[in-house]
Design a protein around this ligand. Structure first.
Ligand code: FRU
Length: 715
């Protein structure tokens, strides 16, 4: 029996070998993984003392090489020249293959095959224009006519201008026909369904893909398209092209790629049933169905809906192809994803961050019906600050014909209405040399803008708003911050910001580029940030938003400070609640030991007593207060936290990708990336170095905020 199996296995191997025609194993000529070029001969300086390991100083990222080392003649920059010549070898296979990148200067940045000292084959890199890519791609020569002959390879760099270098790696001899890169392969489709699903492989070469209708690219973007075995699927919304015949084109694909064949039309998402229930999908933090997200954009409340637009790559897991994704909520907790709101203006341009307002008095003249018009400002990377408007509650947006309305070196326009001076204000990030500032422009109609003033010391994503101090309507202050959220308190007169003091910090950890809602009801100031760096390996989406918080200002001994607490609508997720009162906690005790689960809100009012350290381990993630240092540490994120009357009060939100802590009624806010270890569902409250006293402790089970299955209830 055993012998029969071995024989069968052997026969199987033989048959595969015959079927692929790969009778002889491949022969490696050079992989450049060593520290020197060995017995290759070097002339000149361009090839350096040995193989490079990726990019050299001042070079763009080099990708596509195999292993660490490669030949990279950028040593000493583009001006350096030289040659690298192999020892003699015998041509024993049908094909010679290699990876090649760098300059397209035939004869000057090239690899040559020499037989009898004569160049019989030559190849050059792909780049001749500024820009381009340092990616190496596979190429091959059919050398069967030289079978058995002695040969040498010579890598040449005699070019000294732009792209005056050549990159080579992994030179092999093989009998298997290598794939050839096709240029602009296409597939015709008749648009019949809502979505076109595209296969993605993380780390695959970025290809330029387009959907073409009537010869025109109606969608065009970069995608790490999978030639086979996708990691996940993304989708292109075909709604505007129903019934049309279209071509799907990729700029380059290996001839054995199945990418175009795999693309499939369907009215549903491929894994609609499991949507929002994926193992690592945050259950009450906003994530996008597919792809990457960063900054929240255009936060505006309008007719019962909280709009959440956001920086979005719909076609990949990493940053890129910036669009404005869109979701709406009636309660800031349950979100419904809508079609993409802003596409890049054209290929190569991106729709960067911005904001939205309700133009109640139609100062812009953009209103077409009886409904209030929404106006948004965003950065079109190739043009400047642009205006778009919507007369259908944010569903579709129209470009203002006079765009851009502000052209400068900057981005991320923040619009607001300044009532006392009856004008619009745009706070926008501006850079000039090393100067990083926020500029204020003013406008009567959102179209014509006039520069007002500039304040230095801020980076990206400005935010500006007014809040009452201690809830007193007559005592109001303005807040100004950039992407890191470090804020100034002061006055804004419609043209310039006058700070009262130094910058202050409310948020710590994975929190960036936050925005607050314009037009929120009842004077509420609701803030959402990008949970920058909260990442979801193996999932079809990446990055999350922080849970919406309500901001307020309070007078403290140190001055006026901003505080943040989760919006009260969180209540709609609360389920089973356990409560403890006046627990004397000794070392080794754990009042939460009976509990286990996924999603939690934990509240504690804790007298530090004799403890040195106290806190929680929530699904294995530490939330620790160090009494002597007066520091709160949440999975590596450290925030200063002073006790108040010997107590710290903590409100903690535990989701699948993060832990957020609001301490001392919102004086300190922490967002920490924290993927709980798989299977870790237990909770622990502990004290160390002495006893402490929990005046109260609550553990509340939270529910999932998503409607499972379907398309998330879209339109
Ligand atoms: C901040 C930021 C913005 C820019 C956007 C691009 O995270 O860099 O300045 O508009 O992201 O996605």
């Amino acid at each position: 029996m055993k012998r029969a199996m071995r024989w069968l296995a052997g026969a199987g191997l033989l048959m595969t070998a015959l079927a692929s025609g790969a009778a002889e194993p491949d022969l490696l000529i050079a992989d450049f993984e060593g520290t020197s070029y060995g017995d290759w001969q070097v002339t000149g300086e361009a090839f350096g003392p040995g193989p490079a390991r990726g990019a050299l100083p001042n070079q763009m990222a080099v990708t596509g090489h195999r292993g660490q080392g490669l030949v990279n003649s950028f040593y000493g920059g583009d001006q350096a020249t030289g040659t690298l010549t192999s020892p003699e070898f015998t041509l024993r296979r049908k094909y010679l293959t290699f990876l090649i990148g760098g300059g397209n200067h035939p004869g000057e940045t090239c690899i040559d095959l020499l037989v009898d000292g004569k160049v019989v084959r030559t190849a050059s890199g792909p780049n001749s224009q500024p820009g381009g890519s340092e990616r190496l791609e596979l190429q091959h020569w059919d050398v069967s006519e030289f079978a058995g002959r002695a040969a040498r390879l010579r890598i040449v760099d005699t070019a000294t201008g732009g792209w005056g270098h050549i990159n080579i790696d992994e030179i092999m001899q093989t009998d298997r026909k290598p794939p050839v890169l096709l240029t602009n392969p296409e597939r015709e489709i008749t648009v019949r369904s809502r979505y076109l699903h595209l296969p993605v492989k993380n780390g695959a070469p970025k290809r330029r893909m387009s959907l073409r209708v009537g010869g025109e690219a109606v969608r065009e973007f970069e995608i790490e398209i999978a030639d086979r075995d996708p990691d996940f699927w993304v989708f292109l919304d075909l709604q505007p092209f129903q019934g049309k015949s279209a071509r799907l084109r990729v700029d380059q694909l290996p001839d054995d790629s199945t990418a175009l064949q795999m693309a499939v039309q369907s009215d549903a998402l491929p894994d609609a049933d499991g949507l929002y229930g994926e193992a690592r999908r945050p259950q009450f933090h906003f994530t996008s169905r597919r792809g990457w997200l960063n900054d929240p954009n255009g936060l505006v409340y309008h007719r019962g809906e909280w709009h959440l637009f956001y920086q979005h790559n719909p076609y990949g897991w990493e940053w890129g192809n910036m669009h404005w994704g869109h979701a709406v909520s009636k309660d800031l907790v349950h979100w419904q994803e809508l079609p993409i709101a802003l596409y890049p203006y054209r290929y190569g341009d991106m729709a960067f961050s911005g904001s939205a307002v309700v133009d109640r008095d139609n100062t812009s003249g953009f209103r077409t019906g009886s409904e209030e018009v929404l106006v948004a400002a965003y950065t079109s990377t190739g043009r400047g600050e642009c205006i778009v408007y919507s007369n259908d509650r944010g569903r579709t947006w129209t470009e203002y014909a006079g765009n851009p309305v502000v052209a400068h070196q900057g981005r991320d326009p923040r619009l607001l209405w300044h009532a006392p001076t009856r004008q619009w204000v745009m706070a926008v990030y501006h850079e000039e040399g090393d100067r990083r500032s926020i500029d204020f422009h003013t406008s009567p109609d959102l179209k014509k803008w006039r520069f007002g003033s500039r304040i230095d010391g801020f980076f990206e994503c400005p935010e500006l708003f007014e809040l009452p101090v201690d809830g007193e309507k007559s005592n109001r202050k303005w807040i100004l911050y950039g992407a890191d959220g470090k804020y100034l308190v002061g006055q804004f007169d419609g043209k310039a910001f006058h700070p009262d003091g130094e910058k202050q910090q409310l948020w710590w950890g994975n929190f960036y580029a936050s925005q607050t809602y314009s037009n929120a009801p009842n004077g509420r100031r609701v803030q959402i940030g990008w949970g920058q760096g909260i990442t979801f390996p193996g999932m079809p989406f990446n990055q999350q938003m922080t849970f919406p918080v309500e901001l307020r200002l309070e007078r403290t001994d140190a001055g006026v400070r901003m505080l943040a607490e989760p919006v009260r609508e969180l209540a709609s997720l609360r389920g089973k609640r356990r409560r403890w009162k006046d627990v004397e906690l000794a070392e080794g005790e754990n009042p939460l030991r009976e509990l286990s689960g996924d999603l939690w809100e934990i509240r504690a009012d804790w007298e530090t007593g004799g403890a040195k350290r106290l806190g929680f381990r929530l699904r294995g993630v530490p939330v620790v207060y160090d009494v002597a240092k007066a520091e709160l540490t949440v999975k590596g994120v450290v925030a200063p936290l002073k006790p108040v009357d010997g107590r710290v009060r903590l409100q903690i939100l535990v989701d699948r990708g993060s832990i957020e802590v609001f301490a001392n009624d919102g004086r300190v806010a922490v967002s920490a990336a924290a993927l709980p270890a798989e299977g870790a569902t237990g909770l622990e409250a502990f004290t160390e170095g002495g006893p402490s006293r929990l005046r109260s402790l609550e553990a509340v089970e939270l529910a999932c905020a998503w409607k499972r299955g379907g398309s998330g209830g879209e339109d």
